[in-house]
Design a protein around this ligand. Structure first.
Ligand code: THG
Length: 318
């Protein structure tokens, strides 16, 4: 095979490189109002008072979104996913406000997560103006109507994009059809002048509690996309465990399995320290951590943070 593809994202000063020869990239999932009332309220305030940024509710919402960004980057997220989709929300209005808020407090590439092309364009425009960098569109599918909207935006801004292994009539339940969807997306991108290194295929994780083959089908698609198409990949891996007992054990098993199957990045929760550690251990075991230095550094920082927290607790108790 030829040189493995490297997908590069960039903010003002930081570059995230995604590929088989680079450390696994964590795309923080927590700016997403699904099942999070406080965040949904914050985003609604940004919409309601979009023309009055001095309104206290706007300021509160703005600061709340910013806090979600800071915590995730401090915890080890390399990229942040920005999803502002809540019931009745006006995504093209909220997305650029959220992007601007986030970029005031962190300097990382952003993944603009919406099925609405107007919201994606509004968010990516602000991201590119502020950073001069290279963002990520989340997402396109093999559906021609979706591709015809999203691919020109990716081309216009020089952005990378996530292609869901979602066919013209829904999410296939067999590997062969998901793989075909990925190939279709690769061809659509070629037709729009988007190079293959700008594509991340998402082989799609559905909830294993609803379909006990969900993990296996994602894994099979991932392997074929990685080894036959040579494309880089991402995955909303924490979807796998919804509704089941001991979600944590499932997530901690699943993500390293996917990494062994070729996964190069994931949209996941960096606030779970075990998840971050698991990705670093997996990097080491995949031979991408020379002399285990990143693993040792990660654990020194962890020990230091634990010692500081203990000292602070003792001081507070005294
Ligand atoms: N693929 C791509 N993009 C995606 C997904 C994907 N974007 C959205 C989603 N799936 C990934 N993001 C999330 C965000 C939150 C949660 C899961 C996936 C989540 N939320 C908690 C819950 O529902 O229990 C609530 C928040 C909390 O922890 O308090 O788990 O698959 N390309």
């Amino acid at each position: 095979m030829t040189e493995p593809l490297v997908t590069t994202l960039a903010s003002r000063t930081k570059t995230a490189r995604i590929g088989q020869e680079f450390p696994f990239v964590i795309i923080g999932e927590r700016i997403n109002p699904t099942n999070r009332k406080r965040l949904a309220a914050a985003l609604l305030a940004l919409e309601t008072h979009a023309n009055n940024p001095d309104h206290p509710d706007f300021k509160d919402g703005y600061a709340y979104v910013q806090a979600q960004a800071v915590r995730q980057v401090e915890a080890g997220a390399h990229v942040l996913d920005v999803n502002v989709g809540f019931a009745g929300g006006d995504e093209p209005v909220v997305m650029p406000i959220a992007v601007k808020a986030i970029l005031e407090v962190v300097d990382v590439p952003l993944s603009i997560d919406s099925p609405d092309a107007r919201a994606v364009e509004a968010g990516l425009r602000v991201f590119t103006e502020i950073t001069g960098g290279k963002g990520l569109i989340n997402s396109t599918t093999a559906e021609p109507e979706r591709a015809e909207k999203m691919l020109p935006i990716a081309k216009k801004y020089g952005a990378a994009l996530i292609g869901l292994a979602h066919g013209a009539s829904g999410i296939p339940v067999v590997v062969e059809e998901r793989f075909e969807a990925a190939r279709t997306i690769m061809q659509q991108c070629a037709d729009h002048g988007i190079p293959p290194e700008n594509i991340l295929i998402d082989p799609l994780t559905l909830t294993v509690g609803a379909d006990d083959q969900a993990g296996k089908v994602c894994m099979g698609t991932l392997r074929r996309v990685t080894f036959e198409l040579g494309l880089n990949t991402t995955n909303g891996a924490s979807n796998v465990a919804f509704g089941l007992p001991d979600r944590k054990s499932i997530n901690l098993t699943y993500l390293p399995m996917l990494i062994a199957g070729g996964l190069t990045s994931a949209i996941t929760n960096p606030l779970e320290p075990e998840i971050v550690s698991a990705t670093k251990a997996a990097d080491m075991l995949m031979g991408r951590d020379r002399s285990c230095l990143a693993w040792i550094k990660h654990n020194r920082a962890k020990a230091k943070a634990e010692a500081e927290a203990k000292a602070a607790a003792q001081l507070a108790a005294a």
